[in-house]
Design a binder for this molecule. Sequence first.
Ligand code: BGC
Length: 772
Amino acid sequence: MKNYIIHDEWKIIEDKFRPEYNEISESLCSIGNGRMGQRANFEEKYSGSTLSGSYIAGVYYTDKTRVGWWKNGYPEYFAKVLNAANWIGINITIDGEELDLATCEVTDFSRILDMQTGILYRTFEATLASGKKVAVSSRRFCSIADDQIGAIEYSITAVNFDGNLTIEPYVDFDVENKDSNYDEKFWIEIAKETTAGAVYNIAETKKTAFQVCTGTEYKIIQNGNAVDLSNAELIQKEKFVSNIINIKTKEGETTTIYKYAANISSFNYEKSEILAKCKEAVGRAVDAGFESLLDAQINAWAAKWEESDIKIEGDIAAQQGIRFNIFHMNQTYTGEDERLNIGPKGFTGEKYGGSTYWDTEAYCLPFYLATADEKVSRQLLVYRYKHLQKAIENAEKLGFSDGAALYPMVTMNGEECHNEWEITFEEIHRNGAIAFAIYDYIRYTGDKQYLTEYGLEVLVGIARFWAQRVNWSEAKKQYVMLGVTGPNEYENNINNNWYTNYIACWTMDYAREAIEFVKSDDVEKYLAVANKMSLNEATETAKWADISEKMYYPANEEMGIFLQQDNFLDKEIIKVSDLDKKHLPINQNWSWDRILRSCFIKQADVLQGLYLFEEHFSEAEHRKNFDFYEPITVHESSLSPCVHVILASKLGKEEKAYEMYVRTARLDLDDYNNDTEDGLHITSMAGTWMSVTKGFGGMRVYDNMLHFAPIIPKQWTSFDFNIRFRGTVLDVKTTQKTVTVTNHSDADLTVKVYGELVEVKGNSAVEVATKS
Ligand code: BGC
């Protein structure tokens, strides 16, 4: 755990040059706009430890799968988000000496991410070996108002010398991925163009053949005058283009470089067009100028915060933590493009390949549902709808038939690209999360029509999969599901994972309901879907109903708990608190077989089911299961603590809820897991948001209505979240004494607070007493 980020309500502040933490800070201060993202690397050269990262949504590489023992059904490749062109680079040389923070004395350093506006600031003074000192300050952002554009203002002041300043703004495609299996570089040069003041570089990805044009234009201002760039030296090297400008500078004089960049890819345009489109975008940025781009950026972020901000008073670390999480959620996904999704590291690192996991449906969707127009979360569902055929093919590869769909555990384009048998073939609960997301979306938005338009087909495909995946146990006279991995990946190849059995049956029930709805809503459409999917309604739905009715669920009635899987209680049950700390995290200290044999749980599993299907179970069932499973959970997945905050809050276990909250909210800021340098945990960020709204706020949607049941940690004076609900924007503020629901829209809204109906008139507020 680290503690070097200064606590501030709106800013992430690194106040000293700490080369040993550089990669962590690069992750924390990453900027993005849903279409591209950039780690907080330095503009000038840096020979110290750094993970350069510039990412373009939708552009990936299919690296050859690397495994020792090949298993039939493994995918051929693992998709990787690519480190794309470095567009931020500006090499600086002073009288022949390179500015490189790894080789000079650095003072007055700060790197600050302003989350309110999405602007990254840096300042420092550097004394070179010669004793010459420069002061640098920079501002940069990926425009959230125009997602093709990035802009940099970089000012350099000669503190104690007169001399020659060499400036080299560049675009470099000669970059690599840290996670390349074979030290291969993934970009091939296609074309480049260098003129005085502008450079354009086009490269193509190997195998996947995406083309990207990255271009920049720059201006240099000295003493208020634009520097003449006509004598710029035009440089072209392999996959690299730049201009070199030599100018004089005097002691005390500041030179400012404005670099305007655009990334345009063949994901969005014809290859033949990308150069022209890139020039167009860069031209737009140049014409607007830095200050006006900045204004648009500030306004666009203000609009995002208006709908998604959470204020916490009395605990600045918690305030910073939650805003940090919301900020990254907002810059990772904007819902502009149905072909895009959310990688577990967003645009902040390479880990997990930038691909889509069940994280999106189970964790991220609720955030976008409540903080953005419903089109945004709908896009996430449509993404899976568009991959249905691939999911059917994926299931066929594993021996399923007749339109059964198994969505991949990890994917870029609908194809499975994960290659560990216990996950690829067995962690099939992911299919359930995709079905549940449809229900969750409709429950929140009321857009039941979605079933008719897209949802039904997906539900039928998934229901068919479950119907084929279970088998009848003659011994039990019940259906069972064998050889699975539940959400708790510290158990593999188990039988009857309670969570998986439950979500499977729920999906089959929901698919039947969906059929009834679509039939009544639009019978023509129903017949078309039934025909397209060769649905034999009577036989198939009868089978689903039979399975659902006769499914086996492991449980221990005496203890009043559901068993995570068959024979779970044969394990030696030891509480995590009784384990010597030296064993933790067990995934770094224990052999895999020891983990598998132990009772320790990586992340919520039975509790994940209670969280999703809360209303199906009594409070006593929640309590008994929570009290049994929580003490043996090690939370070694960042997806775990938030579910526990939600359940602990519901059960009035305020201290436990707070303990878990702190763990999720500052996971990356304080580098709890020693891995922030690889990128941020975007899924856990969504979980943090859920911890406040669904956890402390007790927010639920049942019967077309919002419900709240806030509890407030004693460490906080108040917490206050903004959400959208069916066209209304509201704000729920909880203090130690009162809960105030403010309706910022014209239409009246009825909600339930602690189970009581509360009518909140348009543009007014209602206050009730906080229950402790
Ligand atoms: C978790 C999975 C999750 C994946 C990506 C794993 O550690 O166990 O549930 O999907 O990380 O976030």
